[in-house]
Every structure is written in structure tokens, then in C-alpha cells.
Design a protein around this ligand. Structure first.
Ligand code: DP6
Length: 368
């Protein structure tokens, strides 16, 4: 197990950057998406989660981002950012990235000295309903940490990873869990030593072999824009009548899941993971104002999964993110029969019969 090493906010403030040795150049980083098993839903100011969450890091759903930087000629403190998404100039992402830069400038002050061109692309189809904020902000955070390393070459790999997760969190909470893999906890929990609300921590225990190669097939049920963003949904937890109990439950569920990930009891895994998914959506159904992100086909697929599991010797189960798509989870030894079932019985409920097959993977990496 890792030795005790918890960093606080002030540990992430970069000092001594008066003399930039960088003039222009670029870094390219690749970062995966993740799917939470215990959900983060509810936060306080500056992306501090109300409860700890845990996720599988995905292998195939990723973002590749190139950050090109050139030294500013003027002394303006405004951020100069141009964004290209999949080869096309993109104005839509700019306000989110500018807000991100405002939040992180205290920790990476050198960003005020450069003009940036950000070129980003996803491995999954645009408007598939798959959240790209986790892979997107974690890839950008890794690029910024590659820059920081140029100023500050003595930083350790461990520090770099923690700070990348810390920065990514300030872009999007779930992005804090995309820097490492295969299983990451974000948020303080008494049984996870070194866990923090500020950044993600690798699951520190020996995983049962059944979880070493777990599969996640993402069924694309609805590709349209969500009516309510995650950020709005999180904020509705402030006055939520069930919030207090939910945050206690998430902590308890994480304790249970820690044991399950160690002992490999799939029946317990299934009921916990499905209950977490439905609880997340129950919070949405009982918010004020209330909202529904599931679609009729989401429910049809859930029923099909339950029927199939009941009538077959199967450990297939589902989880949901903040949308209508379904993540179907199963162990490697059930890969063939699960894929057969998905193709035969579930594809008809997906938009364009489209699904993405994924499995547990490692975290973000610097490509160049
Ligand atoms: C339902 O990380 O997208 O997927 O911090 O506001 O950017 P912001 O929210 P975001 O919320 C993710 C919510 C979730 C659950 C989870 O990933 O834990």
C-alpha cells in the first residue's frame, strides 16, 4: 500500500515561475473516460464532492488533446485560447475552458503568460450522449502538468498525477477520476487511506481477479442534448429532501464495494451497482424542479437485462450515468454470451443500433 501522502490545496500552488524557459511548443495527451459505480451527485463550491465516488477507468473511450502554447507578446492577463474540436474551430467549448483557466490560474500561474491553441478529439462519436468532460478536462490537465514539469523538473511522478487530478477536478468533478486506472476513488473515505476530496486515488487494495478484466458495453439510447446538465443536477442536491441520507448511503455503499472488489462476490456487486444507478436517477426524479433523463428504451433495456439474468446463468448488470445511455457490465468469462445477448436483444433499443464495447483500462498518458 502507498505510504501516507495527502496533499492540501496550498501544496498545489506553483512557485518560482518568474522566468519562463518555455517560449513555444506543444504537448499531446490522451485521457480516458470513466464510469462511476458509486456515484458523485452533489457538490459544494469549487468542486468538492458531498460524498466519495469510485469508478472504472475505461480503455476505449478517450480524448486526445494537443495544447499548443506560444509566449504572449503583450502583458495582458486575459486568457488567449482558441479551440479546435475534431479539426473545426469551436466556440462552444471556449467559455467552459476559460472558466477552467480562471479556476486553476492560482495553481498554474504560468498560463497567463501564453497564448493557447487547444486541439481536441474523442474516440467516441460526438453527440453520442457520452460525457466527454471527464476525458476532456483530464487530457487538458495532463497537458498543463507536462508544461509545469518544464518549469519545475524536480516534481515527482506521484505529485504530477495528483496535481493533474486536482486540476482536472476543477474542470469537471468526474475528471478527477480519469488520470489513473483501472479503479479510482475520489473523495474522502475512512477506509481508503490517502483519499482526498481534492483529487483521485487509485483503489489501494488487491482486486479480486474477476475484476481485472471487466467489460462495459455502452448502449447509445439517446444522442440528443440533455435537458438538464450535470452541474445543474448537482446543485439541486443542496435543498434536496433526501440529500443527507443519500450522502450517508454513498459512504456506506463504498465500504460495501471495497469488500466486494476484494472478494469478487458478483451477486453483491450487481445489486449494489444497479441500486446506485437507480438511486442517482431517483435523486433526479425527486429534485425540485424534478426531471427525468432516462428514456422509454432505457427502461426496456433494464427489464431485458433483468429477465436475461433471471433465466440464464449470468452476471450481467447495468449502470447509468447522468443521461439515458446504459452501461452494461459483465466479467470477461461471460464476454461471448453477453455480447450475443446484447446484439440479439438490446441493439434494437439503441439509436442506429450503435454500441461501444469497452473494458477497464489505465489512466491518462503523455503522447508527445
Ligand atoms: C452522474 O463530473 O459531469 O456521471 O463536476 O459539474 O462537471 P461537474 O459534473 P460531472 O458529474 C458526473 C455525475 C455522474 C456521476 C459520476 O460520474 O460520479
Amino acid at each position: 500500500m502507498e505510504k501516507k501522502f495527502i496533499l492540501t490545496e496550498k501544496d498545489f500552488i506553483l512557485k518560482n515561475t518568474n522566468t519562463p524557459i518555455l517560449h513555444n511548443g506543444s504537448f499531446t495527451c490522451k485521457s480516458p473516460s470513466n464510469i462511476a459505480l458509486i456515484k458523485y451527485w452533489g457538490k459544494s463550491e469549487l468542486q468538492i464532492p458531498k460524498n466519495p465516488s469510485i469508478s472504472f477507468t475505461l480503455n476505449n473511450c478517450h480524448t486526445i488533446t494537443t495544447l499548443e502554447y506560444s509566449e504572449k507578446k503583450s502583458s495582458s492577463q486575459d486568457f488567449e485560447i482558441t479551440v479546435f474540436f475534431e479539426g473545426t474551430l469551436n466556440e462552444e467549448f471556449k467559455p467552459k475552458i476559460e472558466l477552467f483557466f480562471k479556476r486553476i490560474v492560482t495553481y498554474v500561474p504560468f498560463i497567463s503568460n501564453f497564448n493557447f491553441i487547444i486541439k481536441t478529439e474523442n474516440s467516441f462519436p460526438h453527440s453520442s450522449g457520452i460525457a466527454s468532460s471527464a476525458s476532456g478536462f483530464s487530457a487538458l490537465a495532463m497537458c498543463l502538468m507536462s508544461m509545469e514539469k518544464e518549469f519545475n523538473s524536480q516534481i515527482t511522478e506521484e505529485y504530477l498525477i495528483k496535481k493533474a487530478s486536482f486540476l482536472a477536478r476543477l474542470g469537471s468533478g468526474s475528471a478527477a477520476r480519469s488520470i489513473q486506472g483501472p479503479i479510482v476513488v475520489w473523495g474522502k473515505h475512512p477506509e481508503i487511506e490517502n483519499s482526498s476530496n481534492l483529487y483521485g486515488t487509485l483503489f489501494p487494495f488487491k482486486l479480486h481477479p474477476i475484476f481485472e478484466n471487466y467489460h462495459d458495453v455502452i448502449l447509445l439510447v439517446y444522442k440528443g442534448e440533455k435537458k438538464i446538465s450535470s452541474t445543474v443536477g448537482h446543485n439541486l442536491m443542496h435543498e434536496h429532501p433526501y440529500a443527507k441520507q443519500r450522502f450517508i448511503q454513498a459512504n456506506d455503499n463504498l465500504s460495501k464495494l471495497i469488500e466486494i472488489l476484494k472478494n469478487g462476490h458478483l451477486n453483491s456487486f450487481i445489486s449494489l451497482v444497479e441500486s446506485e444507478a437507480l438511486t442517482l436517477h431517483a435523486m433526479m426524479l425527486t429534485s425540485d424542479p424534478y426531471f427525468i433523463l432516462m428514456k422509454p428504451n432505457t427502461l426496456k433495456i433494464i427489464e431485458k437485462i433483468w429477465d436475461y439474468r433471471k433465466n440464464n446463468d449470468s452476471n450481467i448488470c447495468f449502470t447509468l450515468d447522468a443521461g439515458a445511455n446504459i452501461h452494461v457490465l459483465f466479467p470477461d468469462e461471460e464476454r461471448e454470451k453477453s455480447l450475443g445477448f446484447i446484439e440479439k436483444e438490446l441493439l434494437e433499443f439503441c439509436e442506429n443500433n450503435h454500441f461501444i464495447s469497452d473494458n477497464l483500462g489505465k489512466g491518462a498518458e503523455v503522447i508527445s
